[in-house]
Design a protein around this ligand. Structure first.
Ligand code: NOJ
Length: 563
């Protein structure tokens, strides 16, 4: 079987708003991407996934689309988009767009017509969205149809007076959910998808893809997430997109689905199925929550990192998809904190733990995604004021924390630790004003550590985080890492992160300490013939060894040495 381009790819997730401002308005844009194309080439990535670029009121940084056929003025023009695609292709780099099918902005013309009975197109567009009549309590007070909770905190229903109905939004109230049971709506969305394909993109990341179907009985329930997540019918919709749009046009599709079973995963990404090519799973992402915290609840409460669970999640998906479909590996995206601050150590062991995170992730099999800024070890934000933050989610949650008895300082710390904005601050190009991101005031503050943590400072230093990322990405190709077979060593251990990956070129051995303390490990395998290729702590391979905090080493035994 011929290998598709994405099967051994490294995909760079580019958060366009914060990548590079090319026109001096403080916001990243396509001109910035074009100007910095050399960064992708130099780092050695195969594809760039651009976060949503469509016309949008930016309630959720572009995931709220008001016109799919236009580019946000913040990001440039359609000609800029075409120029970026051509430039990337000219450098052998594929382009992936974010495809938002679950909802639109409330400012999209469809919703404008849907909510207004006097609008000439109301009859056509009303059912493009999901409406329910109000309920009333014994006193006659109007109530929401259900108590379902939205992903951004707060209910999923908002009242629309002109129709005397509630509309459903599982994200912000400015992002009404589309009705996938409406055939006309799907026809219009298909035309949009085809139009984007014709622009020349090579793939899509499909947003919120397991939420397309809802429980249309609308049972009252709390929090009710399962009434709009991973319902069987969403596979039918995705299959339709795959069969009619992705497959015949040769575009790669990757979609989100958290706890997919083996059967489900096969539907999504099975080699003989049509839905996606790759699955984005999240099992490893929030393995450090304090679930008992009653004030900053859920993901917002930082607890002890469960290293074992991180390993188990990667292993689970690797095993489940082996021989069935392609796996994806990544540390985090724009919805989680920076991995270095989250699972590593961004103070005393900044460089060392960044390399540990690099080695432990990227020698595992599967297609890899690297998130903008990870390659230079960017950290969480250092913001001191609530209005330094930008994310719509932050403000609802801040109020929630305060209402549950948090102090302002406690709430601010939770935001600095866990908010999505941590991953969204401007890329740190150099130690000049605004880290070289913009000549204007940036839309979001640059993190204060840019004078030490920036790309320019790392490019010529062979020991830097950046240079190690480059080297690892070269090695992934050379050793055919993506297609290998993963086996953890001491999977049950909650401190170490050790595995072998058997590839067509030989065996890769990764030995690492995930903790900020010394640990003892045992390597119950034949160590003969392994040569060190990367290390953040020297060469210390032995059957039993003591690893200092964040020690990490990569060894390889090539096939010739095996013979
Ligand atoms: C998932 C995206 O990753 C997130 O950033 C966004 O807020 C929601 N989908 C809604 O589109």
């Amino acid at each position: 079987m011929n290998q598709a381009w994405w099967q051994d790819a490294v995909i760079y997730q580019c958060y366009i708003r914060s990548f590079k401002d090319g026109n001096g308005d403080g916001i990243g844009d396509f001109r910035g991407l074009i100007d910095k194309i050399d960064h992708f080439v130099d780092l050695g990535v195969d594809a760039v996934w651009v976060s949503p670029h469509y016309k949008s009121p930016m309630d959720d940084n572009g995931y709220d689309v008001s016109d799919y056929y236009q580019v946000s003025e913040d990001y440039g023009t359609l000609d800029d988009v075409r120029e970026f695609i051509d430039t990337a292709h000219g450098h052998g780099i594929k382009v992936i767009f974010d495809l938002i099918l679950n909802h639109t902005s409330d400012e999209h013309p469809w919703f404008q017509a849907a909510k207004d009975p006097t609008h000439p197109d109301h009859a056509k567009y009303h059912d493009y969205y999901i409406w329910q009549p109000p309920k009333y309590d014994a006193e006659g007070n109007r109530m929401k149809p259900t108590r379902w909770l939205s992903w951004f905190g707060g209910g999923v229903w908002d009242y629309n007076e002109p129709t005397d109905e509630y509309y459903l939004h599982i994200f912000s109230k400015k992002m009404p959910d589309l009705n996938w049971r409406n055939e006309n709506m799907k026809t219009d969305l298909k035309a949009i998808t085809k139009w984007l394909i014709d622009l020349g993109v090579d793939g899509f990341r499909i947003d919120a893809s397991n939420h397309l179907e809802k429980n249309w009985d609308f049972p009252d329930d709390y929090p009710g997430y399962h009434h709009f997540s991973s319902l069987p019918k969403h596979h039918e919709y995705l299959e339709e997109w795959g069969r009619e749009l992705f497959q015949p046009n040769g575009v790669m599709a990757m979609g989100e689905a958290g706890g997919a079973s083996k059967e489900e995963a096969e539907k999504y990404v099975g080699y003989d199925h049509n839905e996606f090519d790759m699955l984005i799973h999240f099992g490893h992402c929030w393995q450090d929550c304090d679930w008992d915290n009653q004030i900053t609840t859920g993901k917002w409460a930082k607890g002890r990192l469960n290293v074992k669970a991180v390993k188990e999640s990667f292993f689970h998906f690797d095993k489940m998809l082996r021989g069935i479909g392609q796996n994806l590996i990544y540390w985090h995206n724009h919805d989680q904190p920076r991995i270095l601050s989250h699972y590593g150590n961004d103070t005393e062991y900044r460089v060392k733990s960044a390399k540990m995170l690099l080695y432990t992730l990227y020698f595992m099999p599967g297609t890899a995604i690297v998130y903008q800024g990870e390659e230079i070890g960017m950290t969480n934000v250092d913001y001191q004021r609530l209005d330094d933050f930008r994310d719509v989610e932050v403000f609802t949650e801040y109020e929630n924390f305060m209402s549950r008895g948090a102090t302002h300082d406690m709430a601010m710390q939770a935001l600095r630790d866990r908010a999505r904005d941590n991953a969204r601050s401007p890329f740190q190009w150099n130690d000049g004003p605004q880290a070289g991101f913009t000549t204007a005031t940036p839309w979001m503050n640059v993190v204060g550590n840019y004078r030490t943590i920036n790309l320019a400072a790392q490019q010529d230093d062979p020991d830097s985080i950046y240079r190690h990322y480059k080297r690892v990405f070269q090695l992934r190709k050379q050793w055919q890492v993506a297609g290998g077979t993963l086996a953890f060593i001491d999977l049950a251990d909650d401190d170490s992160y050790m595995y072998t990956n058997d590839t067509a070129q030989g065996t890769i051995l990764v030995v690492a300490n995930f903790r900020n303390k010394a640990i003892d490990v045992r390597l119950a395998l034949d160590l003969d013939g392994f040569e060190m290729v990367l290390s953040n702590c020297g060469d210390k391979l032995a059957p039993t060894l003591t690893l200092a905090p964040y020690d990490a080493m990569v060894y390889v035994k090539t096939k010739e040495q095996d013979a």
